[in-house]
Design a protein around this ligand. Sequence first.
Ligand code: SF4
Length: 209
Amino acid sequence: MGFGARLLARLDEEFPRPKTALHYATPLELLVATILSAQCTDERVNQVTKTLFARYRSAQDFARAEREELERRIRSTGFYKAKAKNLIECGRALVDRFGGQVPRTMEELVTLAGVGRKTANVVLGNCFGIPSIVVDTHVRRVSQRLGLVATDDPDKIELELQKVFPRKRWTQGSHQLLLHGRHICTARSPQCPECALNPMCRWEGKRSA
Ligand code: SF4
């Protein structure tokens, strides 16, 4: 069994059914929630979107949003002025260029305000079933510690991980790495002695099992 397969087998035991923590019912809602999640916890975003999605139900609603009202509603997620501006611009672009729908390709998604490869991959993988690797701070750290990648650049990490995991496992595998980083291989105090990936981890700072 190769390194990628052994890694996935252990992650499958640890997190058998990974699911995004953000609450959403449509691609638009996941897009908005992911934009709001920058520098913010998923729990806080879920609190905010509970009422936000009742008020703004379509791309048109965001396109026509009154900026100050939107800022007030998303204020607690931080960077609310930039996020409100992006959400309004994003809504306008969806209406003007995509018939009010969230597009289904990376090329189109990254043209939207506030949307980079990470957000685009979240939407492609979770809403449209297109295999996608999401590289957030947890995935970056765990990939580096395990020795899967030797770079800090999220775009390069995405490409490297595409080689480690079979394509059909990209979405789930990267999500499992994220959960492993959030719960076990944390930034400040990784739980190395209890870590299921310990025997395959190449980090020089790891503690023995
Ligand atoms: S052994 Fe430690 S550093 Fe390596 S993946 Fe596990 S928790 Fe992270």
